[in-house]
Ligand binder design. Structure first.
Ligand SMILES: [Zn+2]
Length: 277
């Protein structure tokens, strides 16, 4: 699943390449991509509108239009945009197409079929059910060490699961949660209400740092408008994880083998020596 830095890259690329384009026609090819819209409603809500901005909230991409509507997109596992010319062929598994008046078109293809789109009034985006429950943005003034201390104290959940809960911390996925916990020296199975304030402050700093550094990395290289796919943002950047996907390899701090733990059906990688409960 693309994580926040990947979604941030897709958002920036869309903003750069489709802002100010006008939608001449819109086609929903797979109804369940946008469960709240019929193909006719999808078309009528988007047709003749001009893209005014592309932003994101959490991992939701918000495409604002000048007709007072916003197209909310979640890429989920494998959603991908491509901005194509008239003579390009649609990608396999194309589930929606926006035809622009300049003869280009934006396709959304999704091999795994988990992507989601929804059209809402722009002034109601903040209260949409997908958006309203999200935790503060990681780089906002609301996301502070004090916020994290208070939220952790409220439950006794397993830390890793808490960190992946987008209503508690926005933007961490499986990779970055593992990397932040390693950097902070905290065991992924520790109970949230057992974490001391100094350790929480350290964890907070590493959460912000891992997301910030990965977003910076995603700015390297020239985005390809025909393949707006955050998953491969760093083709020309060798991303070296400290623990993620390194089972059995030596810890960069202490040389003990990195361990893999299953939590809620997903793998967590950590160092038994460096990460304490
Ligand atoms: Zn270690």
């Amino acid at each position: 699943m693309p994580e926040l830095p990947e979604v941030d890259l897709v958002t920036r690329t869309l903003e750069r390449f489709v802002k100010r384009k006008t939608i001449g026609d819109a086609c929903l090819l797979r109804q369940r991509l946008a469960p709240d819209s019929s193909p006719a409603k999808f078309r009528n809500s988007l047709k003749d509108a001009t893209v005014t901005s592309v932003t994101r909230r959490g991992k939701h991409i918000l495409i604002d239009l000048d007709n007072g509507r916003t197209l909310i997109v979640h890429l989920r596992m494998s959603g991908r945009f491509s901005l194509l010319d008239a003579d390009d062929v649609d990608p396999k598994f194309t589930h929606a197409v926006l035809y622009f008046t300049d003869n280009t078109r934006l396709t959304f293809d999704d091999q795994r079929h988990f992507g989601l789109m929804k059209i809402v009034r722009t002034n109601e985006v903040a209260s949409a059910k997908e958006i309203i429950k999200l935790a503060p943005e990681p780089f906002s003034e609301e996301f502070t060490a004090e916020y994290l201390i208070a939220e952790l104290k409220r439950t006794n959940r397993v830390l890793k699961e808490f960190l992946l809960d987008q209503t508690k911390v926005t933007g961490l996925g499986n990779i970055y949660a593992a990397e932040a916990m390693f950097a902070a020296g905290i065991h992924p199975a520790v109970r949230t209400n057992k974490l001391s304030k100094p350790r929480t402050v350290r964890l907070f700093a590493h959460i912000v740092e891992v997301l910030r550094s990965q977003i910076e990395l995603s700015k390297i290289g020239e985005p390809d408008p025909k393949n707006i796919d955050g998953r491969y943002f760093a083709d020309n950047v060798d991303r070296q994880w400290l623990v993620y996907d390194r089972e059995g390899q030596p810890c960069v701090n202490c040389n003990s083998p990195i361990v893999r733990l299953k939590q809620s059906g997903r793998s967590t990688y950590f160092c038994k020596v460096c990460q304490r409960r």
